[in-house]
Design a protein around this ligand. Structure first.
Ligand code: SF4
Length: 436
C-alpha cells in the first residue's frame, strides 16, 4: 500500500496561553517557512497540517487547550485536516495521559522539542535562524523573550515543571534580534520571561537586566521597551535608573505580587513579606515618579482566611495599582501547594476575586480621571468601528487601557506609528482623546 507522504504544504499554527507561547509559535513558524511550508497563524483557511501550541498553566487554560485539540481532531476525522500535532506546556506536562486519551493526535512534543517536531515534518532545524520569527502581533510591536524557565519555588506554580530551569539568552544574541526586529519595523519590544529580573544570574553570575535594557535602548528604531514579569524579591533597582534616564524605556512595570498578606506570601514561598513589598513599591515610585505598575494576584490559596483576604484588600487599596489582574487559585498536581488542602471553596475564591476587581475598578477609574487634559505620545494599533485604537507608554497590548480617538475624514492617524493625543474623557479602563 502506497504511504501518503507529507507534501510541503499548508501549516496552521494555533497558539494558546501566554506571550511566551506566542514567541515560541513565531520561532516555529519562521523555521517552517524556511523549510518552504506555507505557514498560517490561527487561520480559518483549510490547512493540511495543524500544530497546536498548548498551555498547561491552570485549569481554565488547560481546558481551552484540550478543547482546541478535540476541535482539530474532529476536523481530521472529517477529512478537513490531514495531520494534527500538539506541542507546548500541556503536552510537556501531560504527554502520557494525552497520548492515551487522545490517540488521534499524530504526535505530541514538549516545550523544548522544536528540532524533533520539525524532523517529524521532514524539515530541518535551521540553526542560522536562531531568534528569527514570523510575527503574529501587529508588525510595530513584538514580544521579546529574554530567558526560558524559572528557578523560583512558588508553591502554586507548575511553570517550572513545564519550562524547566531558568536559562538566560546571551545578551549579544538578544541585541542582534532587536536590531533585526527594528529593521522589520518593530518599534516596541515587550520584554518577557518567567522571571525577568533573574536575567543574567545564570550566565553572567550577576543580575544583568539593567545592562540588557541599556543595550536594547541603544538599538536604532526601538522607541518603546516595556518590562513584564518582574519578581519582587531581590528586585534589581538599577533597572529603574535606566528606565528614568532613557526616554525609550517605558515608565511601566509588570510585577506579579500574588498576594497582599504576609502569611499567604510565606505559604506561597514568595520569599517576601507584605511590608517589604510595600517598601519596594514606594522605592520604585520614588525612583521613577509616575511609573505605571501592573500586578497579578491570586485569590483562594490554601489556608487563606477572611483576615488574609482583608489584608489583601487593604494592600490593594493602599497600593493603587494602575493595572491589576487576579486569578482564582488552581490546585495543580506536582506543585508544592498540591500537598496542602484546597480548603477555600470555588464560590468563595470567585467572590474574593470579584471583590478585589470591584475595588480595583474604582481605583482605575480615579486614576484615569486624573489623566483628562493631559497629552500623551500614543502608539496606534488598529482601527475598530468608529475609533482609532492606541496605547500610551503606560499600557501594554491586550491587557491594559486603550486610547480611543474618534475617526473622522479630516483626522489622519497612521497605524503602527505614534501620534500625540490629548485626553478628553475617561472611563474605568479606557481613555478617549483627540489628536493634537
Ligand atoms: S516566578 Fe513565576 S514562573 Fe517562576 S515559579 Fe514563581 S510564579 Fe512560577
Amino acid at each position: 500500500m502506497k504511504t501518503k507522504s507529507i507534501r510541503k504544504n499548508k501549516v496552521n499554527v494555533v497558539t494558546m496561553g501566554c506571550s511566551k507561547n506566542t514567541y515560541d509559535s513565531e520561532i516555529l513558524m519562521a523555521q517552517l517557512k524556511a523549510n518552504h511550508f506555507e505557514v498560517h497563524h490561527e487561520s480559518q483557511e483549510q490547512s493540511e497540517i495543524v500544530i497546536i501550541n498548548t498551555c498547561g498553566f491552570i485549569d481554565n487554560a488547560k481546558q481551552e487547550s484540550i478543547d482546541a485539540i478535540l476541535q482539530f481532531v474532529d476536523a481530521k476525522q472529517q477529512g478537513i485536516v490531514d495531520k494534527v500535532y500538539v506541542t507546548g506546556c500541556l503536552s510537556e506536562r501531560y504527554r502520557t495521559d494525552l497520548e492515551r486519551e487522545i490517540p488521534e493526535v499524530d504526535a505530541y512534543f514538549g516545550t523544548r522539542e522544536l528540532p524533533r517536531l520539525l524532523k517529524t515534518l521532514k524539515a530541518d532545524y535551521k540553526h542560522e535562524l536562531v531568534g528569527e520569527r514570523l510575527l503574529t502581533t501587529p508588525n510595530h510591536y513584538a514580544y521579546f523573550k529574554i530567558a526560558e524557565g524559572c528557578d523560583r519555588p512558588c508553591a502554586f506554580c507548575a511553570i517550572p515543571l513545564m519550562r524547566g530551569k531558568h536559562v538566560s539568552t546571551p545578551m549579544d544574541q538578544l541585541v542582534m534580534q532587536a536590531v533585526q526586529l527594528a529593521k522589520q519595523g518593530v518599534k516596541e519590544l515587550l520584554l518577557i520571561a518567567q522571571d525577568l529580573t533573574y536575567y543574567g544570574l545564570d550566565i553572567y553570575k550577576k543580575r544583568s537586566l539593567a545592562e540588557l535594557v541599556t543595550r536594547l535602548s541603544d538599538v536604532e528604531g526601538i522607541e518603546w521597551i516595556r518590562l513584564h514579569y518582574a519578581f519582587p524579591a531581590g528586585f534589581p533597582m538599577d533597572v529603574l535608573d535606566v528606565m528614568r534616564e532613557r526616554a525609550n524605556v517605558c515608565n511601566y512595570l509588570d510585577i506579579p505580587l500574588q498576594h497582599g498578606s504576609t502569611s499567604m506570601l510565606q505559604a506561597m514561598r514568595r520569599g517576601i513579606t507584605r511590608e517589604k513589598t510595600e517598601e519596594l513599591l514606594d522605592a520604585i515610585r520614588q525612583k521613577v515618579p509616575g511609573i505605571a505598575l501592573r500586578t497579578t494576584l491570586i485569590a483562594g490559596f490554601p489556608g487563606e482566611t477572611e483576615q488574609d483576604f482583608e489584608e489583601m484588600m487593604g494592600f490593594v487599596e493602599r497600593s493603587r495599582f494602575d493595572r491589576l489582574g487576579i486569578f482564582t487559585y488552581s490546585h495543580e498536581e506536582n506543585t508544592h501547594a498540591y500537598s496542602m488542602t484546597d480548603d477555600v471553596s470555588d464560590a468563595l475564591k470567585q467572590q474574593r476575586a470579584d471583590a478585589v476587581m470591584e475595588l480595583q475598578s474604582g481605583i482605575s477609574y480615579e486614576l484615569n480621571q486624573a489623566k483628562i487634559g493631559n497629552t500623551y505620545k500614543t502608539l496606534f494599533d488598529r482601527v475598530e468601528g468608529d475609533y482609532f485604537i492606541g496605547r500610551t507608554e503606560f499600557d501594554s497590548p491586550e491587557v491594559d487601557n486603550e486610547v480611543r480617538v474618534t475617526r473622522s475624514p479630516d483626522v489622519y492617524v497612521p497605524m503602527g506609528d505614534f501620534s500625540r493625543v490629548k485626553i478628553t474623557s475617561a472611563d474605568h479602563y479606557d481613555l478617549l482623546g483627540e489628536i493634537v
